[in-house]
Design a protein around this ligand. Structure first.
Ligand SMILES: NC(=O)c1ccc[n+]([C@@H]2O[C@H](COP(=O)([O-])OP(=O)(O)OC[C@H]3O[C@@H](n4cnc5c(N)ncnc54)[C@H](O)[C@@H]3O)[C@@H](O)[C@H]2O)c1
Length: 347
């Protein structure tokens, strides 16, 4: 199998690349190396003969055509995207260009390649999406694969649009597509603008730990290595033209998550006062979704996949990783917008 991974220099993509290589798959990683990319995430595989990297932008159809011709992939795992909700509020156009038009370009490149190969049944195009396309839940209920789409941010709207394109390419052209919608990921190599790394880094810096709104928003957290395993499971055994929800079964309010991280830091790097004293409530994100929760029973029943890392152990490993890898995140602090509050608007 030759797996074409897009966005493999990002947080989840790099976990997928490392896992796929460790399982003996040939991987071609294409990534435009935006502000969110970090090739250091791939230092453990960069010299592996199974791995190759091409710097390319999914907004460039001719680059994609050339890559399919040169590398002749048997499957595509599509992760490249603009992924930060706050940035989508400040500048939505790049989200439309990359997440919608970029996905369209990739679908067309994959379709041309698949048709030229004689429509092999074994070809797969796996599109990685988010539970945010389903919108916001109240206190009860969970998102299933049949929950109607109701995205509420420019980011989730652009992902929803890309999901619709993927389904249409499956229905109309017969391209063997797969779709996954997963909950919030966390773990090593998480880019330092997202909630969990922000909490750890600000706590260590002795600055305020920002919590949006009242901190009562609920997320279902999935350890990134579990996600990589789930994606490779869907790729191998998932039924074409089906979608699978992927969740960690770890629902928690943001404020409780932040307090748990502070308590782990109190244990691992004690100081005179508790880290939780640095928690500061700040203005809420506009349109902040209240609660996400995933019903992952389809992937469990059909493919036998279950998450293996519970939130406590996953957070413990994550906090330890940030303590051990200060050079990694210090270097990323200089990237545009990192460390500043984004996505606030007056209305
Ligand atoms: N992080 C999460 O919690 C989460 C949850 C559900 C779904 N997802 C989805 O998973 C995927 C990966 O998320 P992530 O958190 O790893 O994102 P990320 O922002 O860490 O990485 C995205 C990668 O895509 C690359 N990229 C961006 N634009 C590109 C372009 N035009 N051409 C080629 N490469 C480009 C970037 O350089 C980066 O390496 C995304 O599609 C995202 O929507 C993420």
């Amino acid at each position: 199998m030759t797996l074409l991974v897009t966005g493999g220099a990002g947080f989840i993509g790099s976990a997928v690349v490392r896992t796929a290589i460790s399982r003996g798959m040939r991987v071609v990683n294409i990534d435009a190396l935006t502000y969110a990319a970090c090739l250091d995430n791939l230092s453990s595989v960069q010299d592996n003969p199974l791995y190759s990297f091409v710097k390319a932008d999914i907004r460039d159809p001719s680059a994609l055509a050339k890559i399919f011709e040169t590398h002749n992939p048997t499957a595509v795992l599509h992760l490249a995207a603009e992924s930060h909700v706050d940035r989508s509020i400040d500048g939505p156009s790049i989200f439309v260009e990359t997440n919608i038009t970029g996905t369209f370009n990739l679908l067309e490149a994959a379709r041309c390649h698949w048709e030229a190969q004689g429509h092999p049944d074994t070809f797969r195009f796996l599109h990685v999406s988010t539970d945010e396309v389903f919108g916001s839940l109240g206190a009860t209920g969970k998102f299933s694969e049949t929950t109607p789409y109701a995205p509420r941010s420019p980011y989730s709207a652009s992902k929803a649009a890309s999901d619709h394109l993927v389904r249409a390419w499956g229905e109309t052209y017969g391209l063997p597509v797969l779709l996954t919608n997963c909950s919030n990921n966390y773990g090593p190599y998480h880019f330092p603008e997202k909630l969990i790394p922000v909490v750890i880094i600000n706590a260590l810096a002795g600055t305020k730990i920002p919590v949006y709104g009242d901190g009562k928003n609920v997320r279902d957290w999935l350890f990134v290595e579990d996600h990589a395993d789930a994606l490779l499971t869907v790729l191998k055994a998932g039924k074409a033209n089906h979608s699978y929800n992927i969740g960690g079964g770890n629902e928690v309010r943001n404020i409780d998550l932040v307090k748990t991280i502070c308590a782990l830091l109190d244990e691992k790097r004690p100081k005179n006062t508790p880290y939780a004293d640095q928690i500061t409530f700040v203005s809420d994100r506009p349109g902040h979704d209240e609660r996400y929760a995933i019903d992952a029973s389809r992937i469990a029943a059909d493919l036998g996949w279950h998450p293996s890392v519970d939130l406590h152990h996953g957070l413990e490993r994550t906090v330890q990783w940030y303590l051990d890898n200060e050079d990694w995140w210090l270097a990323l602090q200089a990237r545009n917008g990192v460390g500043t509050r984004l996505g606030t608007i007056d209305r």
